[in-house]
Unconditional design. Structure first.
Length: 257
C-alpha cells in the first residue's frame, strides 16, 4: 500500500515536470507562484529586522536622516533649477524630452544554482515588452528582460549582455560584452586612441541606459590583426545585491509580440 502511494506521488511529480517543459505558460505561472512565496518570506524577515532596528536605533537614525536632508537640500534646489532651464531650452528648440523612469526592484533568487549572473526580481511595474537597464550604487549592473512572463535580471558579466558604450575622453564608440570575469569591448578600429585607465560609460544609443552611466575602466588592450580589443574591469560586481534600480529610458527596445 505504501509503495503504491509513493509510486503515485512520483508519477504526479514527473507529470508536472514534463508539463513545465512542454507548456511555457504553465512554467511561467509556477515561477510566479514560487517567486511570490519567496517575496512573502523575504518581506516578513525584513519587517522583523526593521522593527528591531527602529526600536534599538531610532534616535540615531533620525539624527542621521536629518543631517542627510540638510546635506542634500542645496543639491535638490539646484536640480530643480537646472531641470526648469533644461525644459525651457527644449521647448525653445522644439525638442522632445524623454524623462527616464527609475523603479526600485528587489532580488528574489538566482535563476539557476551555480549561475550568479541571472536573478529573478520582484518588479511590480514590469512591462514584458521592454528591456530595462539595471543600476546598482550609481553604476551599471546589467539589464532586465522577460523570461517565462517574469522579470529576469541579467548581470553585466553574463556573455549574453551587450551595451553600447563610449571609451575614454574622445568618446570612442564600442559595444561591450560580459565574459563571466570582466567585460570586453571587441572590434575597436585601430585608428582610435585608447589607453589603460580609460573610463567606459554608456552611450545611450541602445536605448537601454541614458548616456554617461559609468561601467568601469580599461585594464588591458589587445591588438588584433584588423582591430583592437579592450578588457574592462567593472566598478561593481553586484551578485549579492538585494536591491537595484531598473531604468526605463522611454525608448522601445523590444517589439510587441
Amino acid at each position: 500500500m505504501i509503495k503504491s502511494k509513493i509510486f503515485f506521488v512520483i508519477i504526479i511529480v514527473f507529470a508536472i515536470l514534463v508539463t513545465m517543459k512542454v507548456v511555457p505558460s504553465f512554467r511561467g505561472k509556477v515561477l510566479q507562484f514560487s517567486n511570490n512565496i519567496k517575496l512573502s518570506f523575504l518581506t516578513s524577515v525584513d519587517e522583523i529586522k526593521d522593527k528591531i532596528y527602529r526600536y534599538t536605533n531610532q534616535a540615531e537614525k533620525i539624527q542621521k536622516l536629518e543631517n542627510k536632508i540638510r546635506e542634500l537640500e542645496p543639491n535638490a534646489l539646484l536640480s530643480v533649477t537646472l531641470a526648469k532651464k533644461l525644459n525651457k531650452l527644449l521647448n525653445e528648440t522644439s525638442l522632445k524630452y524623454n524623462h527616464p523612469s527609475l523603479y526600485l526592484v528587489r532580488t528574489l533568487s538566482f535563476e539557476k544554482l551555480g549561475d550568479y549572473n541571472a536573478l529573478w526580481l520582484d518588479f511590480k511595474d514590469f512591462d514584458a515588452k521592454k528591456i530595462y537597464g539595471l543600476i546598482y550604487k550609481g553604476y551599471t549592473a546589467g539589464i532586465v528582460r522577460e523570461k517565462d512572463g517574469n522579470p529576469l535580471a541579467m548581470l553585466e558579466l553574463d556573455p549574453t549582455v551587450s551595451l553600447s558604450v563610449y571609451i575614454g575622453k574622445y568618446n570612442t564608440e564600442g559595444v561591450i560584452f560580459g565574459n563571466n570575469k570582466n567585460m570586453i569591448i571587441k572590434y575597436i578600429q585601430k585608428f582610435n586612441i585608447l589607453k589603460v585607465g580609460d573610463e567606459v560609460v554608456t552611450s545611450g544609443k541602445d536605448g537601454i541606459f541614458y548616456e554617461g552611466v559609468k561601467i568601469g575602466k580599461v585594464v588591458k588592450i589587445t591588438e588584433r590583426e584588423l582591430y583592437n580589443e579592450a578588457i574592462v574591469e567593472p566598478y561593481i560586481k553586484p551578485a549579492n545585491a538585494r536591491y537595484f534600480y531598473a531604468i526605463d529610458t522611454g525608448v522601445k527596445t523590444k517589439s510587441s509580440k
